[in-house]
Unconditional design. Structure first.
Lengths: 183, 263
């Protein structure tokens, strides 16, 4: 399927063997924070775990930006959460605190191919699905900023403007920054 | 069970600010040092806890201020206020797009208010030209500041909040006082009464400068923190619809201020 092909990862050829000494050494030479090895197993902090089942707030399918139709009923007039792939694994309260009440799409601005389609789909959210707001939730690593850039280019080319918020998540799962961008 | 000190702090936080300042004038001075101007407030029914929450000081500054207040109100008790837990750390206000639109409109109103002393120097109420300039200024206030901008606040934004909130009531009282000054200016122009025009136009300028500062620095950031994303989107759409309804008129009014500043 064309969409699946577009989703193909660009991992091959990077030369990284994450977690080993060579990997760390080579990483510092490259300086890419998005691929930096971080091991928190021994930092002495035990994260609190909620008791009982945490309900999913997902109200739609599909969710990957290549697979979704921007005019699907769940996007009409919706508050949309465009999330970088890694975010939901980093933020403990992602479902109740951020996804609840919103429609979603996910993407990786570093590894996904065919990203010109992303810009066109996001523009269609603004102009055709007439979404209410867009929240772009990304990791703090520089490559993730590409997703915000795509959203802002889509907004600039859209006829209809809506408020766009950017939430930046730290590698420790804490929220580094949350602010509305210029509409 | 809450201890004696916790009860004392709880009681302090739940008291209306005017009563606290009347009883302990030092409270007003401490608040003033932290940029909280409750002493001058004409209403003063806000509870101390709401005032502290709305101003969203840096955690350490808030802790120090609250400790100072506790020492004034309860000098016999060694009360140390802990850091208050909060969802987001305070920062310089970054407004949501609809609120930013209101702040941009404030900038035009502030520019007009700053020009008022120069306009009064130049506009002779005894001449047709002078009266025309004064009435053009009144038209800016009524069409832009009041009908266009205050209508967005009163008819749309404030409706998302409890109308009994003291902070909203204070803002509405400011709007009413501004309208009264403008009525007095128009009457002064009609009677060729330069002293009345001067008195009320300067009072309007002072009132608006203070009012806008309160909204930009305290009210709007607080409202932004309360609004959900859905409400922000709705507000943006409703403001955009209103802008379309007003057409080019607000832009014409902005050009009036721009031209006046360039003269």
């Amino acid at each position: 399927m064309a969409e699946n092909k577009a989703r193909k990862r660009k991992m091959s050829g990077t030369g990284w063997t994450l977690g080993d000494e060579k990997g760390r050494k080579d990483m510092s030479a490259c300086g890419c924070p998005g691929s930096q090895t971080i091991d928190r197993r021994m930092d002495g902090k035990e994260a609190e775990t909620p008791t009982g089942k945490v309900a999913s707030q997902l109200r739609q399918w599909p969710i990957q930006l290549h697979l979704i139709g921007p005019n699907a009923p769940y996007y009409q007039g919706a508050d949309v959460l465009l999330t970088a792939d890694c975010v939901a694994y980093a933020v403990g309260g992602y479902h109740p605190e951020y996804l609840k009440g919103k429609s979603i799409a996910i993407a990786c601005p570093k590894l996904d191919e065919g990203q010109d389609v992303y810009e066109e789909k996001i523009r269609a959210w603004f102009d055709e699905a007439k979404i209410n707001t867009l929240t772009v939730m990304i990791m703090e690593v520089p490559c993730c900023g590409g997703l915000s850039a795509i959203a802002q280019r889509a907004l600039a080319s859209a006829r209809r403007k809506v408020p766009v918020k950017e939430i930046i998540v730290g590698l420790d799962g804490d929220i580094r920054q949350e602010e509305w961008l210029k509409a | 069970m809450a201890g004696e000190k916790e009860i004392a702090v709880g009681n302090m936080l739940n008291r209306p600010i005017k009563g606290l300042i009347d009883e302990y004038p030092q409270v007003g001075r401490i608040l003033d040092e932290y940029g909280i101007g409750c002493v001058a407030c004409s209403v003063g029914t806000c509870l101390l806890k709401d005032i502290v929450g709305i101003h969203n000081l840096a955690p350490e500054a808030e802790q120090k201020m609250m400790t100072l207040l506790a020492q004034v109100i309860h000098p016999d008790r060694d009360i140390r206020i802990p850091l208050r837990e909060r969802k987001n750390a305070p920062a310089a206000p970054t407004y949501s797009p609809p609120i930013r639109k209101l702040v941009e409109e404030h900038n035009w109103i502030k520019r007009w208010a700053a020009l008022i002393p120069a306009v009064l120097e130049r506009a002779d109420v005894a001449t047709d030209e002078g009266r025309a300039l004064l009435l053009a200024g009144v038209d800016f206030i009524r069409s832009y500041a009041d009908k266009y901008h205050h209508a967005k606040e009163e008819d749309i934004l404030f409706k998302y909040f409890d109308s009994d909130l003291d902070v909203v009531r204070v803002m509405l009282a400011d709007h009413a006082a501004a309208r009264a000054h403008v009525r007095a200016v128009v009457e002064g122009v009609e009677r060729r009464d330069a002293a009345t025009v001067r008195e009320h136009l300067l009072a309007y300028a002072d009132l608006l400068k203070e009012h806008i500062e309160k909204e930009d620095e305290i009210l709007y950031p607080w409202m932004d923190r309360q609004l959900s994303d859905r409400q922000v989107g709705e507000l943006y759409a409703r403001f955009a619809a209103l802008d379309e309804e007003f057409g080019e008129t607000p832009r014409r009014q902005e050009r009036f201020v721009q031209d006046l500043a360039a003269r």
